[in-house]
Design a protein around this ligand. Structure first.
Ligand SMILES: [Zn+2]
Length: 261
């Protein structure tokens, strides 16, 4: 599979009608008994969150959080969230949290930032964007998670890759994710990706969030909500269907690996 060669100086591929995609997500979530919440960010601007619990009084299910759509020029993420909801194939004993679009105004403009020009994925230490304030407020009302997955796309990459944040050296699901994705999408096997050392599509940055001033969502999650976080990056110079398949396969592989671990 070859890159399309469309992405010159940025994402130049297909765009999505985010409102329609989110309506589909709500319909699928309703049909499968998810709880649906709207986080009010500003006048006329809310973010959706879906929750599905399997825990019972005598049994604590694994808790998995999935978010996407924080960058408005990465349509593969919300489409992957929609497909995950529509296919509704989850291991029975999981508690699930799913935020299908953290930057609705960015998608309307097909740009990374929100309508005010703020990169929401740099807001999580000192948030001023209404979306991030609302999202953090909602996250603080949720329990901790055993696994967090943030679904992204990278317009420059030569294939799929991921970032793993696993400071306690828990059993890694990185290899399982890459193997799952490799069935549907090329893997970027470069030794350097985004200026970081990579191995078979896996970047394990040794960063202390406290040393960084502009936190991505994953740093907030790692600091406050989880000890195991993956950021999945689909290559957005490949066909949209391939990228959606990559993110869905990656999420499924991670979930299955946690469920069977
Ligand atoms: Zn992104």
């Amino acid at each position: 599979m070859q890159k399309l060669g469309k992405n010159v100086n940025g994402y130049r591929g297909e765009t999505i009608d985010i409102r329609a995609v989110l309506e589909d997500c709500v319909a699928a979530a309703c049909a499968c008994a998810w709880a649906i919440e709207e986080m009010q960010a500003a006048q006329g601007l809310s973010l959706l969150a879906f929750t599905r619990t399997a825990s019972r009084a005598n049994h604590r299910a694994a808790r998995i959080y999935i978010s996407t759509g924080i960058h408005g020029d990465e349509p593969g993420g919300p489409l992957a969230a929609r497909l995950l909801l529509q296919e509704n194939q989850w291991p029975a004993s999981l508690d699930l949290w799913l935020c299908p679009c953290l930057n609705p105004t960015g998608f309307a403009l097909n740009r990374r930032e929100n309508a005010e020009g703020i990169d929401l994925n740099r807001q999580y230490l000192q948030p001023r964007a209404a979306e991030t304030v609302a999202h953090i407020g909602w996250l603080q009302r949720q329990p901790s998670f055993d696994l967090c997955l943030c679904l992204h796309e990278d317009w420059e990459s030569h294939g799929f890759y991921l970032y793993e944040l696993n400071p306690d050296n828990q059993p890694s699901v990185a290899q399982a994710i890459v193997e799952g994705v490799a069935k549907v999408c090329p893997i970027d096997r470069s030794e350097i990706i985004e200026d970081r050392a990579a191995q078979n599509g896996i970047i394990r940055p040794s960063v202390d969030p406290r040393s960084r001033p502009e936190w991505p969502e994953a740093f907030f999650l790692l600091t406050h909500k989880t000890r195991l976080s993956y950021t999945l990056e689909a290559p957005s110079d490949f066909p949209l269907r391939t990228r959606v398949a990559a993110l869905v396969a990656g999420a499924r592989s991670a979930i299955e690996a946690i469920g069977s671990g």
